[in-house]
Design a protein around this ligand. Sequence first.
Ligand SMILES: [Zn+2]
Length: 442
Amino acid sequence: MSGSSHTDAVSKLQRLVRIPTVSYRDPGAIDRRAFDDFHAELAASFPLLHQHLERIEIHDHAVLYRWPGAAATHPVVLMAHIDVVPVEGEWQYPPFSAEIADGAIWGRGTLDDKGSLVAICEAVERMLADGVTPAQDVWLSFGADEEVSGDSAPLAVAALRERGVSPWFVLDEGGAIAHQAFPGVSAPIGVVGVSEKGVTSLELHAEGRGGHASTPARNGPTARIARAITRLDAAPMAPHLPEPTVELFRRIGAGVPAPLRPLISQATRMGPLFARALIAAGPEAAALVRTTFAVTTLSGSPALNVIAARAKAGVNIRVMVGDTVDEAIAHIRKVIADDEIRIDVLERNEPSPISPRDDAFALIESTISRLFPDAVPAPYVMMAATDSRFFTEICDRVYRFAPFRMTKEQRESIHSYDEHLGVDAFLDGIDWYRRLLEGLPA
Ligand SMILES: [Zn+2]
C-alpha cells in the first residue's frame, strides 16, 4: 500500500474523530447533527463502499451494510459503534482535535470504537478498489448508542433475522493486541473475547421514620444500608474457572510470574486452587473468576441535620459465566440478612454463552498470528459489555477483538482521558481486517 493511501486512511479517522458523536442517556442531550455529520463524512470518505454495499438504516443513526459475496452460506458480521462516551479528565490534546503526536492519533473514540469502524471501512474500500469480491456475504453493523445500551444492536439483530441471515461469526470490539497484559509477561496477548460477564444493576433501599438528627435511633436506614454494604463486601460469591480462562493461562503459562507457573500447568486439574490464587493476586485477577459487586452510588438524607427516612445504595454487578442474575440477587439477599431492605433491579443481563473455538476462531487466530507474529492469541471472558451480546441470539460464534496494539496505559484511557491509537497500530488494523475478509472460506 502506498504512503499516500496510508495518509488518507489516517486523515479519514481524524475527520471522523473530530465529530463529537457523544451518547447520553437523556435523548434531549444528544447532538443529533453530529451523528448526521458523521454519516455524511463516512459517505464522503468511503465512496466505493457506499456505491457497492446495500445500506440499511436501522434506527436513529444505526446502520447495516451488506456486501454481497460469492456465497452467502457463511455470512459474517463485523461490528463497531459510532457513538462515544462524554469527555472527562484533563487531556494532553483536546479530545476532539484528533491531533497526531508521538506517533499516535489522540482523541475520544480513537480506541472506542472509531478506530475499528474506520479500519473496517478502509479495508472494504481497498478491496473494492482492487476489484475483490469476498467469498461470503459481509455485513457491517454500526450502532449509534452502544455506550448507553440503546436499541441499535437488538434492532440490527431483528433486521438480520428478518432477512434470514444466520451469521457464521460476528466480530465486535473487546479484545486487542494487549501489551503488558499480565505482570511479568513480555509477549503481547491477542485476547479474543469469547464470552462476556452480564452487567446487572440494582438498588438497595432502606426506610425508617426519619426525624431530627438530635435524637437518632439505632439501626436507622443509613446504618442498615451501611451494614448491608459491609456484609456484601465481606462475602463474595464462589469463584468459577471457565474453560476459556484456563486456556488463556495455559497459552501464556510460560511467561507468567513464578508463583503461579506450577499451578497454571495443571490449572484444569487444580481449578479451585488456581481460582484462589487468582483471587489472591488482586482485584483484576479476581474479577476473572467470580461475580463482582461494586457499590457505586449512595444516598441518605438531603440535609446534614435531618435523619434519613430513606437510604439507598446502587450496586453494579458483573455476573460471571457459570452464575446467573437470580443467583447473584439471591446471594445479596442471603448475605445482607435484612428482610427490610428492598432490592430494586434496574438492569439485568445474563453472562453471554461461550463461543466455540472451531474453524471461525481458527481464522481469527491465524490472522492474528499473520499480522502480529509476536503476539500469543488467546480466548478470554470479557468483563465489560458490548453490543455483540445481542447477536448471541442469532449466532453461536460471537468474538470480541479489535486488531490494534494497545499498551496498558491505552487500555486505561478508554472511557477516561488521553485516549489515543498508534498510527502504525491503526494501519496494521486495516491490514488485519482485510486479511480476515480475504480468508473467508468459499
Ligand atoms: Zn465501545
